[in-house]
Structures are given as C-alpha cells and as structure tokens.
Design a protein around this ligand. Sequence first.
Ligand SMILES: [Zn+2]
Length: 217
Amino acid sequence: MADLREVLENNRLWAERMRAQDSAFFERLASIQTPRFLWIGCSDSRVPANQITGLEPGEVFVHRNVANVVVHTDLNCLSVMQFAVDVLRVRDIIVCGHYGCGGVQAALEGQRLGLVDNWLRHVEDVRDAHAEAMAGVKGAEARWDRLCELNVIEQVLHVSQTTVLREAWSRGQEIAVHGWIYAIRDGRLRDLHVGADSPAGAARAYTEALRPGVAQR
Ligand SMILES: [Zn+2]
C-alpha cells in the first residue's frame, strides 16, 4: 500500500510523463475546462471515474458520495449539477452505481454504522419502495445486486426531476441522463437502459427499466 511520500512521488512522475507525451497538456487544461460528461458515482475507492472509463483530466466532471445518491435537498450535489449543466454545458450525466456497494448492503440489511445511516436512509427508501420486486429475488447476493441496480434506476429518475435538468430541457439544451453499473469483479460497466433526454423519456425509461427481467444480469 502506498504511503504519502510515494503518492507525491507518483504525482511528480505522472506529471513528467504527461508533459513528455504532450508538452502543452497542462497549459491547455489550465486555460479552459470543457468536459462532455458529468459523473455521479459512489465514493468507493474501487470505482474511480477517470480510470475505469479511460477519460483524461478535463474530460469528466465528477461528483461522488456514498452509494451515488441524488437527493433534492443536497446542495452539494445540486450545485455540482447546476454548474456542470448551466456553465460547463456537459452533454451527458452518468449516474454510476456498482455491484458490491457497501452502502447499499448496509441499507439492504438495515446495518447501523453511525451518522452515515441517515444518508443511507435514502437507499432504504429505495429498498422499501421496491419491496415487492425485491421479495421475488432469490439469494442474498442477487438481492444485493438488484438493490444496487434499483438504486441507480431511482437516482437517474431523481436527476431527471431536478430543477436543473428540467430547466435545461425546457430551454432546449441537448443533454441526456444515463444509468450505468460497474462490476468490481470484472472491471466492466453495464448500461441499465434507463437513459433519457426529456422528462417524458425519463418517466418511460424508468417504468421500462423496472419491468421484471429488464436490467437484470
Ligand atoms: Zn458504493
């Protein structure tokens, strides 16, 4: 495991390598930021947005929190979204969850971990809202996987219902929201097919994604 000195040394070597590949790389980044993507993902250290997508600095604007939750009163997430949509004019918002999410597991099992329980209550709400569908999923692992998926589907709907996205769509801005899930075990991203580029499309995609058999592996 890297210690702090190694982390700083890694950074020095990385900066040298980037400059060797492209001498104007940092100068260009310093002058302008024009990412195409906004990533809303989990804080989990195993799901780093840039690395798993092969995107370079400057290509993705990132918001991460425990269990990739989008709450309508979370000023942090809303501010990130508003800045990304209104100022940076990103074209795609990706809500990315992951299988094996500890936050989702805690919500599924009603574990008590401390302050974070209050945050994870939002995922418990997802669990409770889909209690009937969850009851039909057999096996602890499959239930955990499904709640990870349902959480993404639900958070995509939340993104599409924010004032930020509604206003962008109503003024004709071209922007879409997508729901993906990452598998730590094989490093692959999967599309949960809940993407939309309009309020009506978002409602339709949400209903469609919840049909039994859809979006399940
Ligand atoms: Zn997680």
